[in-house]
Design a protein around this ligand. Structure first.
Ligand SMILES: [Zn+2]
Length: 187
């Protein structure tokens, strides 16, 4: 069993539609769009369904929507069942509301590969990451967690070792294996 995911079990009712990292990106002038205005003005009375999904119920009475909202690889999977999700580059009011809540520390987002929970968007997050640029599937949860935290977010090895309860030598080995696998995947 991998250390990084020892406390995490996949939910039994994860939807099949989680295929890979989203290519969601921040739209230009997003602060002026209607979904973003609604996201900031309305209160969400929904809640989590499982590690990957939340129900969003905005206070403007526009109904309840099921939103896939989770981290995968180094990106965010964000998909809503509403009709507006197809527009605004995927930033419907429900997705925008969850982002607005997340940056203010009001929701926790789970990384599906590592099991780590993020109370705020992590420094390594790339909203516009190309799904297949790096094949993270070949990394173990512990290798991916170390790679994202140290190599992508720039956290020092010793600090990460303290936080994760591993020895610096173990973290060094995880990083070396992660880098080797990523390098092999590029060839
Ligand atoms: Zn929506």
């Amino acid at each position: 069993m991998s250390l990084g995911a020892r406390n995490w079990q996949p939910s039994g009712d994860l939807p099949q539609r989680i295929g890979g990292p989203s290519t969601l990106s921040m739209p230009d002038e997003w602060t002026f769009s209607t979904p973003w205005r609604r996201a900031q003005e309305e209160t969400d009375h929904g809640g989590p369904v499982n590690d990957a999904e939340r129900m969003v119920r905005l206070s403007d009475g526009s109904g309840v929507h099921r939103v896939t909202w989770a981290l995968r690889g180094r990106s965010l999977v964000a998909e809503c069942d509403c009709s507006g999700h197809k527009y605004n580059d995927g930033w419907c009011a429900h997705v925008a509301s969850l982002w607005w809540q997340w940056v203010r520390g009001q929701v926790v987002v789970t990384h599906l590969d590592t099991g780590r929970e993020y109370p705020q968007p992590p420094a390594w997050l790339r909203l516009d990451d190309t799904p297949d640029r790096i094949d993270f599937d070949q990394l173990s949860p512990a290798e991916l967690d170390a790679y994202l935290t140290c190599d992508e977010a720039g956290v020092g090895v010793r600090r990460y070792a303290r936080q994760s309860g591993r020895s610096p030598g173990t973290v060094g080995n995880l990083l070396r294996r992660a880098r080797d696998k990523i390098e092999e995947g590029r060839q």
